[in-house]
Design a protein around this ligand. Sequence first.
Ligand code: OOG
Ligand code: NI
Length: 466
Amino acid sequence: MPANRCVSRDEIRAAFSAAMSAMYRAEVPAYGTLISLVTKVNAETLSRDQALRASLEATETIERISEERHGAIRLGTAQELAMMRRVFAVMGMLPVGYYDLSEAGVPVHSTAFRPIDEAALKINPFRVFTSLLRLDLIDDAELREEARRILAARRIFSDAAVSLVEKAERDGGLSREDAGLFVLEVLDTFRWHDQALVDRALYERLHAAHRLIADVVSFRGPHINHLTPRTLDIDAVQERMPGEGIAPKAIVEGPPTRACPVLLRQTSFKAIEERVSFRDAAGDPQADSHTARFGEIEQRGIALTPKGRALYDRLLRQARATVRPAADGSNADAYRATLAASFEAFPDDWNEIRKAGLGYFLYTVEASAFAAAKATGMDMEDLIEAGVVRFDPIVYEDFLPVSAAGIFQSNLGDHAAQDFVASPNQRLFEQALGAPVANEFQLYADMEKASAERCLAALREGAAAA
Ligand code: OOG
Ligand code: NI
């Protein structure tokens, strides 16, 4: 089939994200409650904060917010990860970044599959935080072998899903009909299965090794474990969650409340207990429960440059060295205050952040000032000064390892923290993935540069036409 008869990857991604949301809403009703609350708070924030509205309009990102979300899955084998990469590629989602969670006591390493170019992000920025279990971090050799055997035998994708991926790779895309089938077939992979693959005794042993291992190894597939809407005011949502019958975790992960939001702030509600059944000795189902799936919300701020990120990491480390947030919330106020004090060293004004080279910005020509700009000879700084070019923060599309660790821990139970030897191994991860992961900083830098070049080209054209 010629590529021009294919549905765009962006359209498939948007359809998939919507289908996933509908499925999760049916499976975890609290997620629906959270979506309603976030929608309400976002509308209130936009009507109160005209500058924020103007910035979202200038960057043409206001439309995407109500449809915006990320999900998370945990895979068991290199083969599953490699196939998942091909599946996401059909939807225009590519692996960006490497996250080592072993340092935080979670035996996985991860990447985020997401769209990377500006146009695709505007249409639908759906991303999936994807972790690969590291059985090599399990001490018990016998248990490790057993887990490996179980994972090697399971098939998480249907035959139809695999052949549609092959077809898309061969033809450069999918027809409308095939795209519809693809969404349904792939959605099935992320569904909750209440029948465990293993018996109760093995589940217990896996659980004792690490709760996360039990979650990955015991079931037929990588059930979506949370889906996260984007809010424009996370403090407001956090405060109003109890009123909606949802208990949030003790602290918001990431930077403190600021006038100019940076990177990513996240909070979640505790994992729910779900009914599952294990096989007994006679092979009959035995009712029990498993806790894994939860809800999360996030507020996204500006993407930081390597210099900005280094400052962020230092200030966060400094705060956490003074007050380590306890899971039970007993020192939440002290942590909040310490974090806020530490971040006083991070400029909280967009132009200061820009001038210090701490964040990435998108440059656009102010239509109203365009005529005034016979801009020959003016450089970018002059143009900004003259109000001909405006700058808006580029939104951070990725994740944060310390925050991710906090999110993992909050739904693994308060005693799940465990010591593993920190062992980042990006090379091994990429080998399993079958491709390198993209460098997030490069993507943001390219986006910023392209926007500046677009401005200058438009102004040259304008000057030539005048
Ligand atoms: C992933 C936890 C990390 C985030 O938003 O940082 C995450 C997981 O629990 O599988 O989703
Ligand atoms: Ni998440």
